[in-house]
Ligand binder design. Structure first.
Ligand SMILES: *[C@@H]1O[C@H](CO)[C@@H](O)[C@H](O)[C@H]1NC(C)=O
Ligand SMILES: *[C@@H]1O[C@H](CO)[C@@H](O)[C@H](O)[C@H]1NC(C)=O
Length: 376
């Protein structure tokens, strides 16, 4: 079609300069509508296989929720890319903490843990929150206590020789890059205090009260603007997530995520991983979405909620995915991120911004997992 229409081809090329569109095969992202189907961010083949093994036969044990747990657990054990499970993404103190979420698209129940310490089974902890509490999200050391009290292993050291080495190198590099902005002192490891441009004498007096001297203002003049240095450090190996969607034989949808967050994050930071509607969302009536990327930005837009709601209003998965990403890119042209969309017909598509994205699919007409590349 494009070959016989140079205008359309040019249009597509121009579109691709700005946006990356998920295309599998010759541009047809149509699925046959036969369940089950498993979709995951990135080429996490083992995780998709683990989920597929749970749902392929159906039956009591083959629920979408169980498949998501199996898939994300596989990634945690394999420490996919070093960004899922223990042993990766040290924070400023060198510690690894975990975020995870699971959502049942039949009941809209959600369980999540955030900044969880000392327990490696993040997705299982999220499932325990969903199935054994009336809550949705538990955080920090209290999430740890909950998980251990419910039978998960711990306390466990979540560091690895690799994460400790990465952290030591970063310390030696004066803790650069980092996620701070508008702070002094610049260019070293802190502790930091806030600085702003004093616009009037009253404010200047306030800053003086806080013990910030004029000398510090002057010395840090070049850093008074947000440096955004962390944007440059966001890439596939320091900042991403497994986000998985499953539709089981009964047509039930479940989604889940697991991640150890952003490398050198400020302790206490929670990313998009455990935020419903941001990293993942699913509804039996519509379909599902998974997201990955700069979670600090993405969680401001709830891109997966957007994708699912757009599909509910009739958008095709590809259009819904592109729309969700474009809403973010309009406000943050430098953000790095991606989503996949999956509707109830089994049609899947992806869209991304700022990097090349890949997602993995297994459905009943595939002999094994297929990885789809979404190129910038
Ligand atoms: C599986 O996905 C492929 C596209 O990746 C599609 O062509 C095929 O029809 C799908 N099969 C089913 C059963 O949905
Ligand atoms: C945790 O493990 C790391 C790396 O294996 C090690 O350097 C660190 O000392 C350990 N922490 C504790 C409290 O045992």
């Amino acid at each position: 079609m494009a070959r016989s229409n140079p205008g359309l081809l040019l249009g597509l090329l121009l579109l691709r300069l700005n946006w990356c569109l998920g295309v599998d095969g010759g541009g047809a992202e149509e699925g046959g509508g036969v369940f089950p189907v498993v979709v995951s961010t990135w080429p996490f083949r083992e995780a998709v296989r683990a989920a597929w093994d749970v749902v392929k036969t159906g039956g009591a044990g083959g629920s979408a929720v169980d498949a998501v747990v199996a898939g994300c657990s596989a990634c945690e054990e394999l420490r996919c890319d070093g960004t899922v499970g223990p042993g990766g993404s040290p924070d400023e103190d060198g510690e690894t903490t975990l975020d995870a979420l699971i959502m049942n698209g039949k009941t809209m129940e959600i369980g999540a843990v955030a900044a969880m310490r000392y327990v490696k089974d993040a997705i299982m902890a999220a499932k325990l929150v969903m199935e054994h509490t009336g809550h949705t999200l538990l955080v920090g050391e209290k999430a740890t206590s909950f998980a251990i009290s419910m039978g998960l292993a711990g306390p466990t050291n979540l560091s690895s020789p690799e994460s400790i080495e990465k952290w030591s190198n970063w310390r030696q590099n004066n803790c650069q890059p980092n996620f701070w902005k508008n702070v002094a002192p610049a260019g070293n490891c802190g502790p930091y205090h806030p600085i702003n441009i004093p616009k009037d004498p009253v404010k200047s007096a306030v800053w003086e009260n806080q013990g910030i001297t004029c000398q510090e203002w002057l010395e840090n003049d070049n850093l008074l603007e947000p440096t955004n240095s962390h944007f440059n450090s966001v890439n596939r190996h320091n900042h991403d997530t497994i986000s998985m969607a499953v539709i089981d034989k009964m047509g039930h949808v479940a989604v889940g995520t697991s991640t150890n967050g952003a490398t050198f994050k400020i302790p206490g930071r929670v990313g998009d991983g455990p935020i419903p509607g941001s990293s993942a969302y699913g509804d039996d009536e519509v379909g599902a979405c998974g997201a990955t990327g700069d979670g600090d930005i993405m969680m401001r837009f709830l891109p997966c909620y957007q994708v699912v709601e757009s599909m509910r209003l009739g958008m095709e998965p590809r259009d819904a995915a592109v729309d969700a990403i474009s809403r973010i890119a309009r406000k943050y042209p430098d953000f790095v991120g991606a989503v996949f969309a999956l509707n109830k017909k089994g049609v899947h598509a992806g869209a991304c911004h700022g990097w090349t994205f890949q997602y993995s699919v297994r459905n009943s007409s595939m002999l094994d997992v297929e990885v789809i590349t979404v190129t910038p």
